[in-house]
Design a binder for this molecule. Structure first.
Ligand SMILES: Nc1ncnc2c1ncn2[C@@H]1O[C@H](COP(=O)(O)OP(=O)(O)O)[C@@H](O)[C@H]1O
Ligand SMILES: [Mg+2]
Length: 255
């Protein structure tokens, strides 16, 4: 069933291709016929007002919820199952709000928490520390050492640890739900550099945020959800602020 177009089509197949996704909670239609695509080396921002469906879409992609309708493909293949394990094995990693880090452990131990490297029945501390050092280097982390206790880190540095933790599973797509929502301006800027590093590493990134200034600084493309539906798609480099707001609120953009 090969056609001359197969090669070209495969080359343009996005990393994540979600189509016609719907998800209901009882009578609440959280997602209605939502499409979203993310390519390697691309940061896509998902924006929308409260209750627009952003977190629900992140959870569907992460395998926390099975969609009620639609298809989710990674590298052209359907997810093996709509479970967190299925999504992880397909290369999807997620950083949710409330990072679930352990205050009394150091950076390396947090990165490998629950996914420790075991050699002959023992923790391979050397291997884990060396991998942690590489992750921090690749992210340009502003963290003194892989053995720094978590308790000494700022909120921005903790976000970096949470991102580094996803790298252990060698993901292709990283989904971040509001990674900058509780951060100061300088910590937010720091986290945005980690997100551009993920793009430089060739990963696809889907970032949910309320802050349009941040989003325009880091995203390649901006996708708007409103009342659970797609309501606009913009190239970040040449979109007007008013047009994003109009898509989010449903108001006329004045154009
Ligand atoms: N687990 C749930 N049970 C029932 N309703 C939910 C659940 N999660 C989300 N919702 C509802 O779905 C809609 C979308 O929520 P959510 O995806 O959290 O929006 P956002 O992240 O954009 O603020 C909201 O109306 C919310 O109340
Ligand atoms: Mg949310």
């Amino acid at each position: 069933m090969s056609t001359p177009n197969d090669g070209a089509r495969m080359a343009t197949e996005p990393l994540l291709h979600a189509r016609h996704i719907s998800k209901n909670f009882g009578a609440v239609q959280a997602l209605v016929d939502v499409d979203i695509e993310v390519s390697p080396h691309e940061v896509v921002a998902l924006v929308g007002d409260n209750a627009a469906g952003k977190s629900t879409l992140a959870r569907v992609i992460a395998g926390v919820y099975a969609p009620d309708g639609g298809t989710l493909r990674i590298d052209g293949k359907p997810l093996p199952s709509h479970t967190t394990r299925g999504a992880r094995s397909a290369g999807i990693a997620t950083v949710f709000q409330g990072l679930a880090l352990s205050e009394n452990l150091d950076v390396t131990a947090n990165i490998f928490l629950g996914q420790e490297i075991i050699e002959h029945g023992l923790l391979d501390e050397e291997a884990m520390e060396s991998m942690a050092r590489d992750f921090l280097k690749n992210l340009n982390a502003r963290i003194p050492s892989p053995r720094t206790p978590l308790a000494n880190l700022t909120a921005g540095q903790r976000q970096c640890v949470a991102i580094a933790r996803t790298l252990v599973g060698k993901p292709k797509l990283i989904v971040l739900d509001e990674p900058t929502s509780s951060l100061s301006i300088s910590q937010t800027a720091e986290v945005l550099t980690y997100i551009s590093q993920l793009r430089s590493m060739g990963l696809g990134v889907l970032i949910i945020s309320h802050n349009l200034t941040d989003i325009r600084a880091v995203a390649d493309r901006i996708e708007v959800l409103r009342h659970g539906r797609n309501n606009g798609s913009f190239v970040a480099s040449d979109v007007r602020y008013e047009d994003i707001i109009a898509a989010i609120t449903g108001a006329p953009s004045g154009r």
